[in-house]
Design a protein around this ligand. Sequence first.
Ligand SMILES: Nc1ncnc2c1ncn2[C@@H]1O[C@H](COP(=O)(O)OP(=O)(O)OP(=O)(O)O)[C@@H](O)[C@H]1O
Ligand SMILES: [Mg+2]
Length: 251
Amino acid sequence: MPCEVTVAGLDGDPRSAPEGFPGAAGVVHDLGNLIQIAASAVNVVSRSPRAAQDPGLEPILARARTALERAGALVHQTRRRTVEPSFEVRAAPDLQSIPACLDEIRALLAWICEPGVTLAIELGPDLPLVRCNRLELQNAVLNFVINARDATPDGGSIGIVARRVAEGAFAGVMELSVVDDGAGMSRETLAQAFNPYFTTKADGRGTGLGLAIVRRFAHEAGGRVDIVSAPGEGTTVTLRLPPAGLPGAEA
Ligand SMILES: Nc1ncnc2c1ncn2[C@@H]1O[C@H](COP(=O)(O)OP(=O)(O)OP(=O)(O)O)[C@@H](O)[C@H]1O
Ligand SMILES: [Mg+2]
């Protein structure tokens, strides 16, 4: 049922915008509105008689709902960070269990992968808890897997491997790698992969921000991200986070 629209206090004067209001916050605000519109459209479809007749529709709508809920949570978090400087989500990040985090996004991960791309998740024993923002950790994995999917347009395999490093410089650290057997990267691409806005993807396919965002998240959580790749030999992207309670894994 469409609701009544009331316009109040609209003076059309651009000078009435709050001083110093950051442009990005406005974009985030408007994204929130668009997400709400898309979510209510999904709800309308799922309540329609046609959805009841076609049981195949519900899992598809459930995926859309999950993605929109995650987008909404991310917008909410970002809005509070940009509009309310006093709100600092990172001040007290929660303890995260890697298996539980991956479990929550398992359906989305499967959906990202095109037919012809196999996705396997391998969890090692004694995985340490890590202290970080849950949404950001999950978005890091989603970013890695989307990149791996884009690198395997003709099919291939993607693996997510999480383990506790047993020995060496990173002993005790939680290591999560996304491994693909796709196109790989040239030396020049690899050198720029973390640069904000660097992309080799066609217009509209990539903004070049994914890895830059993940790297910032990893650093803020006391960890790091590394990439090993060569043309034709696939790519391994590794996120390392310190076990909760121990100092950073940053070398
Ligand atoms: N698994 C991968 N295999 C091959 N190349 C990759 C892989 N991951 C990243 N790259 C390269 O690194 C570049 C930067 O990646 P990044 O995720 O930062 O941006 P993007 O994927 O291009 O755009 P966005 O993530 O913002 O949608 C990519 O354009 C691609 O050239
Ligand atoms: Mg990307």
